[in-house]
Design a protein around this ligand. Structure first.
Ligand SMILES: [Zn+2]
Length: 244
């Protein structure tokens, strides 16, 4: 394990840990720092079982497994132990995210606890997502605008796409993509979603939909969405004018 030199700030924060003996999960060594690397390989979506095992061994050696398996839960916010728990929890979060590619790390960085972060990784990479995928795809294909306005319909669809993104990480080259394959896959996925979105729109948007489909290449989702909102607004203005 590389020993990174402690900065002044880190040194003073670890001094608080002195009250916990070396076997206590709250104990941090002088060598423990947020920039530390737990394992040699960065997880890019492939080879989860091997990566997972290395992380578990590393955390076990550091007696920090409790922070991801739920046995070392957050103490009460007012408890004197909370600060140190939170410090170690944050440390474990940075250790794990240091061992993830940026894309994957970004998608889990909002987890409040190391346990939450770990569970999200386990859910995505640890077991077959077939059932979840089936359920999501079924929901997406059956979703239509109905009585919703365009914005509400889009939000519902977006939420389902976001859930799909959690399962699917587009992996191309190992490390940063240098072959443009990832960009092409992303564009093709976006086109597919745009078509899904247009398919569920009410018939009243037939004209606007036709205009969007004529564009070559197909516009981004954002542009298509704003064109449809314009169409919706014009219709409202027209309807109001008729009512006067
Ligand atoms: Zn590539």
């Amino acid at each position: 394990m590389p020993q990174s030199p402690l900065t002044v700030a880190e040194a003073s924060s670890t001094e608080k840990a002195v009250t916990y003996d070396a076997n206590h999960p709250y104990h941090l060594n002088n060598s423990d720092s947020p920039g530390m690397t737990l394992v040699n390989s960065v997880f890019d979506g492939r080879g989860y079982p091997g990566w997972r095992r290395s992380i578990l061994l590393s955390l076990s050696a550091k007696k920090k497994l409790g922070f991801i398996n739920g046995t070392c839960k957050s103490p009460d916010l007012n408890s004197g132990e909370y600060e140190q728990w939170s410090c170690v929890n944050d440390m474990v979060i940075t250790w794990i995210t240091n061992a993830l590619t940026k894309d994957i790390a970004d998608s889990v960085i909002h987890s409040k606890t190391a346990q939450e972060l770990w569970e999200s990784l386990e859910q995505r990479f640890g077991r077959s997502n077939g059932a979840k995928l089936y359920h999501l795809q079924k929901e997406i294909t059956s979703l239509v605008q109905g009585n919703d306005d365009v914005a509400k319909y889009f939000t519902k669809l977006k939420k389902l796409w976001d859930e799909l993104d959690v399962i699917h990480v587009i992996v191309c080259c190992s490390g940063p993509c240098v072959c443009e394959g990832k960009a092409k896959l992303t564009k093709s996925l976006q086109d597919q979603r745009l078509i899904q979105f247009l398919m569920g729109l009410n018939d009243i948007y037939t004209q606007a939909r036709g205009n969007i489909l004529m564009m070559n290449p197909l516009p981004s989702m954002d542009l298509a969405y704003s064109l449809l909102l314009q169409d919706e607004n014009q219709r409202e203005v027209y309807a109001n004018a008729l009512n006067i």
